[in-house]
Structures are given as structure tokens and as C-alpha cells.
Design a protein around this ligand. Structure first.
Ligand code: ADP
Ligand code: MG
Length: 669
């Protein structure tokens, strides 16, 4: 039995809308090692079709091809891969060298796909290249070689895995007559080492140097002439049999991807830049959110006595007024109908007063060292400060219990007959904060439904801090308040309690216990949590917008990789012809998208870092605080996101590359 046997081989090409086209008609042929077979025939006679079938690039045929006793009709994908790796070497008319790989890398590619170690790989490739007279050319790119040199590199690539069969489709078609002779010498030499060389040619001269000439016409063999034997001798291309082949390693795939990306450096920098914008915006948004949050927390804490917890009665159920000021219902309290004589009908809300048992409960909370009673009210439109005949409305009225020095912007705490107002009220009165101090005003407040009026002197300017407490407010001391109510025969129970803790460390525990018991904490605390929630939502929305730019980058990467697949069609064909699996090709492309993602991510993080640094310098100058807080977690998140997005975008193009038909991919006309 011959090494290769073709029995009743037929090949039909499906033609859409027409009958299948029969390119090979009942071919019967036996070929043996040591033969140098020329296949000649006119263009379109079916020579390439036959070569593609012999080489296992095309597996659709009827009849049988038997190689070394194995029937090709029974081959699975992996059998074809092994066949390409171990049995077959291809030489093409148009060389099909991979342009971004060096001569050495082109020749070692097949071994790289088999995960042969670098040393063995390079030794073997250099050995073959040297025998083909290319020892000076290892590190050149194919574009730097002459046609004859390119074809010799291609032959070296075909030989390096020591195959049994060399298939050469018009190997001298693109060469001048002198280099044709050189290449034919080499091909003849290869056949002499006992390999089966099958060569398609147009040239009588080329055919004359072979041991056998098979003529094809219109898909049929019309001539088969033997013309002498070659003096076969031992393998001059003395390559030891290779070890059992493994598969393309992850690092080799990354290296191949890097080499390709280096070739198109400018384009890849642009892609990375485009991809980085989305990542950069997401990181900046997250940093902004975190920064503002930190800032708010800091500002709040700066204006809060670390020992004191403010407590109010829970909002009575069934209330209907609590949402009348939408943004912050928690500041307001309501009066359940019937518990108290009805107050002014509109706009007035009160916190419920504490009963003795409530105060007892609060006093019993662990770590409460002291309990200060206070009063506060929140009204809309009914409370005023009257100065020189004009009314200036304010919303919050209360006692100064629980305040710290940080609440006094100017002046002093109010003594008997004195009052604190906000800077806004002072300004409305036509005075600066400092000028307002010492002015005499009439306070007009509604307490328990009674309208009370009394003259006071402004002792200081109250501030609730920078971020909250925009409401205009007026405060008097507890003593002044008791006096004011007593003068009007009112008995007002405290509706705010300040719990002083024995240690700042215990304050939070007290606050937690207050919440557990069902009381309300400080309105500032509640405002803060409302604010934080709003800020979170805001951050999510902005991040969502940034996410859209991520989506755009993903589409961009997808497009670019598709283009890359088209550009690299020939390379993909070569990889398949030398035994690359679908998986290997997918891996090369996925590696490339991994690298794009990595670089985009790194670039995005870098730019985001610059923006936060510069942004903070600017904000620092304007507002005396940093507002962008980029954490390492954000940077890692950005890079990982970038890689994931890029790899996901790379999946489709990689799949497309992997499923390319090698015959299509290697067609060169
Ligand atoms: P050669 O290499 O001898 O010039 P080919 O083997 O390339 O010829 O082609 C043989 C015949 O098969 C031609 O008529 C060609 O048009 C046809 N053919 C080749 N490839 C295809 C294909 N993919 N689909 C349809 N017809 C094809
Ligand atoms: Mg052809």
C-alpha cells in the first residue's frame, strides 16, 4: 500500500442557485515517499482543489483519501490538527509569511503552537534556516527579504516540524528563473531525504526536474508519467523526531498578540486611549462620590459635639403634615389631632413633647451622664424677627441647649434677654453678621398655639455648619425660654433632649440605642443620611453615564478586532495549515483583547489619577478642601472592568477568526 492513496475521489463545490460544480472527477492516484511529483494542468483544472484535499485544508469530498493507512474520511478535528502538525508542510506561491513576525518567529510558529520550549524551537529553526542559506536573516521581517529568500523561509517553516509530505502549490510561480532554480534545488533535496513532495506547477522546466508528472484536465487525470528515480539518502535535514506535541501556551499567545500590536502601534495606542475614556470617567465619578461623601461627613462631624446626642419623640402615627416639606420631613414633627389644643392651622409643626416616662427611659440608657432638656419648633411663615418695623421670617426656633462653640459664628451665647440669629436674618436686616450684634429686635413666635412677643438683643450669629441648616433660625437660652413661657402662663414640655455621653466613644452606642427605642435622632444626622443616600443615587447616575462610554469603547474594540481578523485572514490560514487549533486562534485574539483591555485600563487609571490630582488642587484653592478621593480599590476596579469588557468584546471576533475556512483564508487571487 502506498503512503497516499486516492480512490474515486470526487469534489463538488456547492453553487448557490445552481447545480453543484464538480471540480475533481473520479481521481485515482497512489503516491509514495521519496517521490517528487509535479501536478500540471491549465488554470482551473483542479490542481489547487486536489492539493487542499491532500493537505487536509478541505475535508469535504467523496471517495477516499488514505494517508499512511488512515482514512481521511474518518478524521475528527483533532486528527486534522495532528495531521497538519506532524505529517504535512505547506509551501505557497505567495509565501504566506506572517508580516509582523521575524523570519525566526515565522519558522518557529508551528513549534510555538505545539508549545515546544524556546531553546529547542530556536535551535531547530536556525538549523533549517542555515541549511537553506538564511543564517544572516533570522531577525529580519518578511518585507525586508527578496522573493527567493521569502520562499526559502516558507520552505523552512514547512520543514521545521519534519513532516512526511510537503505540498507546494506553485512554489516558484512568483520567482524569477534564477531563484526558481535555487528553490527547485532545495525541493529536490527535500524529496531525496525520503519525503513525499507534491508540487503544483505551470512550468515544463519545473516539471522536468521531478520524478513523476501527473497531468490534470477538467478535474480528471489525463496523464501520469514517471521519469526516473531520485537517489534517496538519509535525512540531510537531520531533525530528531519531535516530542509529543502540546498546545499553544498562554504566554506564547500573549507574545504573539504583543508582536502584532507592536506592528500597529499607533492604532493600538489610539484604541487604548479611546477605551480608557470610559474607565477614566467611571473612576472619576466614583472618586467624586467618595470625596463628597467624606467631605460631608467631615463637615457634619466638625459641627457636632462628639459627646452629645440629640433626641426627639417619634413622629406620631396618622400624621398628615409630615411630608409637607418634601425634602426633609424628618426635621418636622406633627401634632396628632386631639392631643393638644389645635394650633395655628397652616404651616406650624411641632415636635411632640417628652413625657416623664420618656425622659426616664432615656436617662437609663447606658453611658448617659447627663440629660439636657430643650425646646425647638419648626414653622413656615408665622415666626418673625421684627426690626425697625419690618418683619424677617425664620423657620427654626429653639433653645441653645446642646450647642457647641462651633455653632457661634460671631458674638457669644445668649444670656438672659439675648438672642442668636442666623447670618441670613442679619443680612436681611441690612447688616453684616458683626454689625447685627447688639441690635435690639422683637421676637414673635408661636408656641403651643399662642403668639408670643418679646424684645431681645442680638448676642451672636448662629451657624449650623456649611452644608446643612440653610433654614433661618433663632435661638434663646433655656432660661430665657422658661421665662418667656412663664410670663405668658404657658407650661411647655421639652420636645428635644440632649443626651451627654460619658465618653465620645460611647456616643454612637447611645445614638443606636435611641434609634432602637424608637426615638428620633438629630435632624442633622438624619439630614446627613438623606444626603448620603441622595449622593449615592447621584453617583450611580453619573456612573451610569460613564458606563455608556464604556459601552461605546466595547463596540469600538469589537470593530477594531473584526478589522484585525480581516487583516489577518492570511495569518489565520497559515496557523491552521501548520496545525493551529481553533482554540489556539481564539486564544491569540482573546489575548489581544486582553492586552487592549489591560492597556486601556492602565491608561484610564493613569488619566483619572491625574484628573483627581489636578482637580483637587483647583478645588483646594477655591473651597479649601479636596473633593476627589480616588482609592486603590477604584483603580483595580477600573482595570478589571476594562479587561472584562475588552475580552467580552473580543469573543465574537475571536470566534470569527477561529472558524475561518483555511482554504478561503489562503486563497491569494
Ligand atoms: P487550479 O488550481 O487548477 O487553477 P482550482 O482547483 O483552483 O484550479 O479550481 C478548479 C475549479 O473549481 C475551477 O473551475 C474553480 O472555478 C472551481 N472552484 C475552486 N474553488 C471553488 C469554490 N470555493 N467554489 C466554487 N468553485 C470553485
Ligand atoms: Mg491553483
Amino acid at each position: 500500500m502506498s503512503f497516499i492513496e486516492l480512490k474515486h475521489l470526487n469534489k463538488f463545490y456547492p453553487i448557490s442557485g445552481a447545480k453543484d460544480f464538480q471540480a475533481l472527477k473520479d481521481i485515482n492516484l497512489s503516491l509514495d515517499k521519496g517521490e517528487l511529483v509535479s501536478i500540471i494542468g491549465e488554470s482551473g483544472s483542479g490542481k489547487s482543489t486536489l492539493m487542499n484535499l491532500l493537505g487536509g485544508l478541505d475535508s469535504q469530498f467523496s471517495g477516499e483519501i488514505t494517508v499512511d493507512g488512515k482514512k481521511m474520511s474518518t478524521f475528527k478535528d483533532q486528527d486534522f490538527v495532528n495531521y497538519h502538525k506532524e505529517k504535512i508542510g505547506f509551501v505557497f506561491q505567495s509565501f504566506n509569511l506572517v508580516s509582523h513576525l521575524s523570519v525566526l518567529d515565522n519558522v518557529t510558529l508551528a513549534m510555538t503552537l505545539s508549545n515546544v520550549d524556546k531553546k529547542t524551537r530556536n535551535e531547530r529553526a536556525k538549523e533549517v534556516l542555515k541549511q537553506l542559506g538564511l543564517e544572516e536573516q533570522y531577525h529580519k521581517k518578511p518585507s525586508q527579504l527578496s522573493g527567493g529568500q521569502k520562499q526559502r523561509v516558507a520552505i523552512a517553516r514547512a520543514l521545521v516540524n519534519d513532516p512526511d509530505i510537503i505540498i507546494a502549490d506553485e512554489p516558484t510561480g512568483a520567482l524569477d528563473s534564477q531563484t526558481t532554480d535555487q528553490v527547485l534545488d532545495i525541493i529536490q533535496e527535500i524529496a531525496k531525504t525520503g519525503k513525499l513532495v507534491i508540487m503544483v506547477t505551470h512550468s515544463e522546466k519545473v516539471a522536468a526536474r521531478s520524478t513523476r508528472v501527473v497531468t490534470i484536465d477538467d478535474g480528471k487525470i489525463i496523464g501520469d508519467v514517471r521519469q526516473g528515480e531520485l537517489q534517496t539518502h538519509e535525512n540531510t535535514f537531520g531533525l530528531e523526531k519531535k516530542a509529543k506535541s502540546k498546545n499553544l501556551s498562554f504566554f506564547a499567545a500573549i507574545r504573539l498578540a504583543l508582536l502584532n500590536m507592536k506592528e500597529k502601534l499607533g492604532r493600538n495606542i489610539l484604541i487604548a486611549l479611546g477605551g480608557s475614556i470610559g474607565i477614566m470617567s467611571v473612576i472619576v465619578m466614583l472618586s467624586l462620590g467618595a470625596g463628597v461623601n467624606d467631605y460631608l461627613t467631615k463637615t457634619m462631624n466638625a459641627n457636632v459635639n462628639p459627646l452629645v446626642s440629640e433626641v426627639k419623640m417619634p413622629i406620631a402615627r396618622g400624621s398628615n403634615a409630615s411630608s409637607s416639606v418634601a425634602a426633609d420631613s424628618s426635621v418636622m414633627a406633627t401634632t396628632p389631632a386631639g392631643t393638644r389644643p389645635s394650633g395655628p392651622p397652616a404651616g406650624v409643626t411641632q415636635s411632640d413633647p417628652f413625657a416623664e416616662e420618656n425622659l426616664q427611659e432615656l436617662r437609663n440608657i447606658p453611658h448617659v451622664a447627663e440629660l439636657n432638656l430643650a425646646y425647638t419648633s419648626f414653622t413656615i411663615g408665622s415666626d418673625n424677627v421684627i426690626y425697625e418695623g419690618s418683619k424677617y421670617a425664620f423657620m427654626t426656633f429653639g433653645t441653645t441647649s446642646g450647642m457647641t462653640d462651633s455653632n457661634i459664628l460671631y458674638g457669644t451665647f445668649p444670656a438672659e434677654g439675648e438672642i442668636l440669629v442666623t447670618e441670613g436674618i442679619a443680612n436681611q436686616m441690612g447688616a453684616t453678621a458683626e454689625e447685627a450684634i447688639g441690635k435690639e429686635v422683637t421676637l414673635s413666635v408661636t408656641i403651643d398655639g399662642e403668639k408670643l412677643e418679646k424684645n431681645y438683643v442680638i448676642s451672636g450669629i448662629y451657624t449650623a455648619g456649611q452644608s446643612i441648616g440653610a433654614f433661618e433660625s433663632v435661638y434663646i437660652s433655656s432660661e430665657s425660654f422658661d421665662l418667656l413661657t412663664a410670663e405668658n402662663n404657658l407650661e411647655v414640655k421639652p420636645n428635644v433632649v440632649y443626651l451627654v455621653s460619658d465618653d465620645p466613644k460611647n456616643t454612637q452606642a447611645i445614638k443606636d440605642e435611641v434609634a432602637t427605642l424608637g426615638y428620633r435622632g438629630s435632624s442633622a444626622d438624619m439630614l446627613a443620611s438623606t444626603f448620603t443616600k441622595m449622593l449615592d443615587i447621584f453617583t450611580y447616575i453619573l456612573s451610569g453615564v460613564a458606563g455608556i462610554s464604556l459601552f461605546v469603547s466595547a463596540i469600538m474594540i469589537l470593530t477594531v478586532l473584526y478589522i484585525s481578523v480581516v487583516e489577518r485572514t492570511q495569518e489565520i490560514g497559515v496557523i491552521k495549515a501548520i496545525g493551529g487549533r481553533k482554540k489556539d486562534i481564539r486564544r491569540i485574539f482573546v489575548s489581544e483583547s486582553f492586552l487592549i483591555g489591560l492597556f486601556s485600563g492602565l491608561l484610564g487609571v493613569g488619566i483619572a489619577y491625574l484628573i483627581t490630582v489636578v482637580g483637587n488642587i483647583i478645588v483646594q484653592n477655591l473651597f479649601d478642601t479636596a473633593i476627589l478621593n480616588m482609592t486603590p480599590a477604584f483603580a483595580i476596579f477600573g482595570i478589571v472592568t476594562s479587561i472584562i469588557i475588552s475580552m467580552l468584546s473580543g469573543l465574537l471576533p475571536a470566534q470569527k477568526a477561529a472558524s475561518l475556512d483555511p482554504v478561503e483564508a489562503l486563497r491569494h487571487d
